[in-house]
Design a protein around this ligand. Structure first.
Ligand SMILES: Cc1cc2nc3c(=O)[nH]c(=O)nc-3n(C[C@H](O)[C@H](O)[C@H](O)COP(=O)(O)OP(=O)(O)OC[C@H]3O[C@@H](n4cnc5c(N)ncnc54)[C@H](O)[C@@H]3O)c2cc1C
Length: 457
């Protein structure tokens, strides 16, 4: 980042001096480190690798000018951890604002469970840092997923039944809006903006810092900090509906200390489907917990089984893999308030498609349902199950077509877990009143639609 950059392409305005030191183009050695996200390789004209909020603000103002002056539309992507399933955090021929270097995590008040994190941190590192103070927060279950994308969209993590969405635990945030202005927002200060950035994604602005309320978990007598009981159990499925029925009956006996997610995949020979359950219980192991976890062995024929007490931070440890754009996939999801035989029949048809790699089913009843319907810009408080289908990205039309049968009965869609960026899907993410309110707020804070690489209502 040493050469003086004149412009990105011919008709673009000169790059301001303040941004010279953080600007990369394809001639820079460092360009390849920042050009891709998890799924795809980008070829932007310029990448700005921000280190401060002032940089973020300057970049936004530069891009605003650029979008006014350039002949053609200039895509502007916001990238934190680069794991966004919409894949819009990179682009071709536009500008990427990379926030990965703004990754500080600080415990502000361990006793009250309050910590702050910059948007470029990854969730595995957040868990490790706050774990040192005995704190835990449900977030992404893969340690390399970024704070910025997840904490502006939702956050369905391994402790979701107990703690709810990650965004439900934000108590204040700093956002730079489309005019380059910095706002520190909370329930008391600019509550509309605070409401919108918790679920509204980047159509409102770039959120640089989040303050969270976590929970404290006492360490075990053996000294395991932030203990959880982790159970992984694989089943051979004779019948998908019978299995999911048994799983739901089992869950109904478990209180919200236990969260459960299923990954259902195809298998060769024998029964066509297999399932792996990841069950996580927060806290020291108890007799009640052991009885519940043992009962999960009775849901179907068990193929593999393990459980162990461990620290939450170890479970979601970040591998810090470089984003090389080589993990492409296409994902669709639905949020439903019940999982009955009719829906499961449709799921069975979906998973039989050649294009489909696997089906994820997560129980999300509990804390999510206890918040007011308009608590933040997450529109689906009644949802009790989250169902996602991963498919071959070259066959996404096939999945979109077959998925129509499911949309008839679903409550909505979790935006950050869907690769479908159509307007119809966006309306399913933010339907009715949530959509109207979000639209008004986005119009106020980004009237010129600078943030054009984002789901936008
Ligand atoms: C392997 C894998 C596992 C996952 N597991 C989970 C899971 O368990 N639970 C879950 O809820 N989700 C999960 N996800 C989905 C993922 O959390 C979301 O897609 C999230 O958006 C990723 O955030 P990011 O910062 O890594 O993404 P990025 O690609 O950097 O950003 C995604 C989008 O978010 C917006 N954005 C990014 N940073 C900011 C910011 N600072 N301010 C405003 N907007 C911003 C932009 O619109 C951007 O296009 C998973 C994804 C993958 C690939």
């Amino acid at each position: 980042m040493t050469n003086i950059k004149q412009t990105g392409t011919q008709d673009w305005p000169p790059i301001p001096e303040e941004l010279q030191s953080i600007c990369l183009d394809s001639d820079d050695d460092q360009y390849s480190r920042f050009q891709s996200n998890y799924f795809q390789v980008g070829h932007p004209a310029l990448i700005f690798v921000a280190k401060t909020e002032a940089h973020v603000s300057e970049v936004i103002m530069y891009v605003a000018q650029l979008q006014r002056l350039a002949k053609d539309a200039v895509p502007f992507s916001i990238k934190s951890g680069g794991h966004g399933l919409t894949k819009q955090s990179i682009n071709q021929n536009g500008v990427i604002l990379d926030l990965s270097q703004m990754n500080r995590v600080t415990v502000l008040d361990a006793e009250k469970g309050i910590f702050e994190t910059q948007c470029g941190a990854v969730w595995g590192d957040v868990a490790a840092k706050i774990g040192q103070s005995g704190l835990i927060l449900s977030s992404g279950d893969f340690g390399d997923t970024g704070v910025g994308g997840l904490a502006t969209a939702g956050g369905i993590g391994l402790l979701v039944r107990k703690q709810g969405l990650t965004i439900d635990r934000i108590i204040s945030a700093t956002v730079i809006t489309g005019d380059g202005n910095r706002h520190v927002v909370s329930e008391e200060h600019e509550p509309d903006l605070f409401w919108a950035l918790r679920g509204g994604s980047s159509q409102i602005g770039v959120v640089t810092n989040f303050v969270f309320q976590a929970d404290a978990v006492p360490q075990t007598a053996q000294g395991v900090s932030v203990p959880i009981m982790y159970q992984k159990i694989s089943y051979d499925l004779k019948d998908l509906w019978q299995f999911l029925r048994h799983w739901q009956q089992w869950l109904a006996n478990c209180d919200y200390d236990l969260s459960s997610l299923l990954m259902i995949t195809k298998q060769e020979g024998g029964n066509p489907l297999a399932a792996t359950a990841t069950n996580v219980w927060i806290g020291e192991s108890t007799d009640k917990m052991k009885t519940l976890l043992r009962a999960s062995k009775n849901l179907e024929q068990v193929v593999e089984y393990e459980w162990q007490q461990m620290s939450y931070a170890d479970l979601v440890k970040a591998p810090h893999l470089d984003n090389k754009g080589d993990q492409d996939a296409y994902v669709k999801n639905v949020l439903v308030d019940q999982l009955d035989a009719e829906i499961v029949l449709k799921l069975a048809k979906l998973i039989a498609l050649d294009s489909v790699m696997g089906l994820e089913v997560r129980a999300i009843d509990g804390a999510i349902n206890m918040r007011a319907i308009n608590f933040n810009a997450w529109a689906h408080r009644q949802a009790k199950f989250f169902i996602a289908v991963w498919c071959d990205p070259t066959m996404s039309d096939d999945l979109n077509q077959q998925f129509k049968a499911l949309h008839l009965e679903n409550l909505g869609v979790y935006g950050a877990y869907s690769s479908d960026i159509s307007q119809a899907e966006t309306k399913r993410v933010w339907p009715s009143e949530t959509g109207r309110r979000l639209h008004q707020i986005a119009k106020q804070y980004d009237p010129n639609q600078i943030f054009n690489q984002s789901r936008r209502i």
